[in-house]
Design a protein around this ligand. Structure first.
Ligand SMILES: C[S@@+](CC[C@H](N)C(=O)[O-])C[C@H]1O[C@@H](n2cnc3c(N)ncnc32)[C@H](O)[C@@H]1O
Length: 199
């Protein structure tokens, strides 16, 4: 069955993966485990899978999302047709790649710290809860499970009205993460997405 997505938000993700493939080939080829925070209907899951599945050490993509059907705007949950039954659509959309995924329903803040300490991630994509405090926490938790030279890609750095509503947008959370980790990361790119690499 062909996957069906309400929208494709993965243009920037594709661009970043191409950048890593081209400019950091050795690191790219060594990728084992990936974590995806905020999977929605599985569109970005498919992009990650397509780019990493054939690598020699590829193991799994850990998919983390509460899939609770809530859509938040300005901090308030409300009904949104695209978010309704999202887990059902995710499940159908990823059927043909299911064997390569570890599906972990729940909030990243709860799930990430419970993943076995033996699992290290080489690439983490953060596109979950957009509150600044959550993005910061996701980054911090992801960093503690990131391999040396591993990447974290934050989506939506410039998303939303972050100047007037800094607590409701990723911008401030990403800045806080960068500030606290500046001695142990390199910032590879900072645009609509932010790519950092662990030193
Ligand atoms: C913008 S969508 C992700 C889109 C997806 N990355 C793509 O490109 O197809 C945001 C997702 O984050 C999820 N989410 C919300 N709060 C979360 C949390 N605390 N932890 C993990 N995911 C969360 C929502 O359920 C939603 O599916």
């Amino acid at each position: 069955m062909t996957p069906v997505f309400s929208f494709d938000l993965s243009k920037n993700l594709r661009k970043t993966l191409n950048y890593i493939k081209t400019n950091d080939t050795l690191q790219y080829y060594g990728t084992r485990n990936i974590a995806e925070i905020g999977c929605f209907e599985g569109c970005s899951t498919h992009v990650l899978h397509k780019n990493f599945k054939d690598l020699p050490f590829f193991n799994k993509i850990y998919c983390i999302d509460p899939w609770d059907d809530d859509f938040h705007e300005r901090g308030k949950p409300h009904f949104h047709i695209n978010y309704h039954d999202q887990f059902d659509r995710f499940t159908k959309n990823i059927k043909n790649i299911r064997k390569d995924l570890v599906i972990l329903p729940g909030k990243a803040e709860d799930i990430l710290p419970k993943i076995s300490p033996e699992i290290e991630f080489d690439f983490v994509y953060i596109d979950g809860d957009h509150f600044a405090s959550s993005v910061y926490k996701n980054g911090k938790d992801a960093f503690s499970k990131l391999s040396e030279n591993g990447y974290i890609l934050f989506d939506d750095y410039l998303w939303g009205d972050y100047k007037n509503y800094p607590k409701l947008c990723p911008y401030e959370g990403i800045e806080q993460f960068i500030d606290e980790h500046k001695d142990s990361i390199n910032i590879i790119s900072k645009d609509f997405q932010v790519l950092i690499k662990k030193r």
